[in-house]
Design a protein around this ligand. Structure first.
Ligand SMILES: [Fe+2]
Ligand SMILES: [Zn+2]
Length: 372
């Protein structure tokens, strides 16, 4: 193979278990190879091939984490050189590496160490002067929600009924849940309005990333949280864009991604006076096999009811997905002040809140969309 030698570079990517060596072959082509594959394919005759028979004498299963971690890389017109953390040296001919580009990725998102999983910025100032009609502002807000999965609204004010009414007259009516027509999200001892408050949302505790109402077949697509009174300490909100997470899953762990979209689990909302169940996979795909929606809630699932031989594969997929979801770079933190809101699509974003103290009160509403 003939190489066009314009500019060469290497980079080592090691982030939360993802270990890759990125190689720039010329100024347009980047490929990233798994370090496991590179170390397994070292062709040195000191340790990796037998010095007389030239047979491979290393099994990949015997390689330790240190042995597949890069100490430094160097590249010239002919070879890639890697020194590993155990001080072992490997040399790879570039022409040979180019014959194996199918074992590498050219996806820049995967090669970027942040994996490009951060949610977009999506914000609307209710007092902005370009739009003065409230209905137009609502339309703009829902456009942002549809595009970015959520919208952070500043300077709305404290009138939650006005917000509900505006959404209603723009074809996003309230969706009533088993808690009531809307929620006063505050510790249960202060809440005389909602039913079935024996759940995490009505405590002071942290609620980790989840979607709401996954046990309902047609669970509400839109959710808003309106800050009326903020916490003394804590109580901020986090959201994660699952479209980006699932795209990364498909790239890095396609078998796990497939399992999440095909293996049903039982969502089980089990409270003192309320019970509802639904069996469905965590990820729903559309007719083209692309991401459509997510359901995930660690506090409303039944014990996995899977055959013995499928338990480890499923836990592997489930854990990988939630490890990605919980990565700091996948989350956007929003500290709502009184009079501010967030609206998000509960089918594509997961949300969480930190523990808090004080008389925090969020008005929570679910909305459907009437398509005319
Ligand atoms: Fe929630
Ligand atoms: Zn070697």
């Amino acid at each position: 193979m003939i190489l066009i030698k314009i500019y060469m570079a290497t980079t080592f990517i090691d982030k939360n278990g993802l270990k890759l060596v990125g190689i720039q072959f010329n100024n347009t082509t980047w490929y990233a190879y798994h370090t496991m594959w590179l170390r397994h394919n070292c062709r040195c005759e000191q340790q990796c091939l037998h010095n007389t028979t030239k047979e491979l004498i290393v099994c990949s299963s015997s390689l330790t984490n240190e042995q597949i971690t890069v100490q430094n890389t160097h590249i010239d017109d002919t070879n890639l050189y890697i020194t590993w953390m155990d001080n072992h040296n490997s040399v790879y001919n570039l022409g040979w590496l180019l014959e194996y580009t199918h074992t590498a990725t050219s996806n820049k998102d995967v090669m970027a160490s942040n994996l490009n999983v951060a949610p977009d910025l999506s914000c609307l100032d209710w007092t902005l002067t370009e739009i003065d009609d409230d209905n137009e502002k609502i339309k703009k807000m829902m456009q942002l929600v549809d595009q970015h999965g959520y919208c952070y609204i500043k300077n709305f004010g404290l009138d939650n009924q006005k917000f509900i009414q505006l959404l209603d007259q723009n074809n996003y009516p309230l969706f009533e849940s088993h808690f009531g027509i809307y929620e006063n999200l505050q510790p249960a001892k202060y809440n005389t309005f909602n039913k079935h408050t024996d759940q995490l949302g009505y405590t002071y505790d942290r609620v980790d990333l989840h979607t709401d109402q996954p046990f309902i077949e047609n669970c509400p697509p839109y959710q808003s949280l309106h800050c009326i009174c903020k916490a003394d300490v804590g109580g901020s909100n986090m959201i994660v864009d699952i479209r980006k997470i699932y795209k990364t899953m498909k790239e890095l762990y396609p078998h796990d991604a497939h399992l999440l979209a095909t293996q049903p689990i039982l969502f089980d909302r089990k409270q003192k006076d309320f019970r509802k169940q639904l069996s469905t996979p965590i990820i729903t795909l559309d007719e083209n096999g692309e991401f459509k929606s997510v359901r995930s809630s660690y506090f409303t699932i039944a014990p996995f009811d899977l055959p013995f031989d499928q338990m480890i594969p499923y836990y592997t997929a489930y854990n990988r997905f939630h490890e990605l979801v919980r990565r700091e770079e996948a989350q956007i933190d929003i500290h709502l002040e009184p009079g501010e809101l967030i609206v998000y699509n509960n089918h594509i974003m997961m949300h969480a809140r930190t523990a808090f103290s004080g008389k925090r009160l969020m008005k929570g509403t679910y909305h459907m969309k009437i398509i005319k």
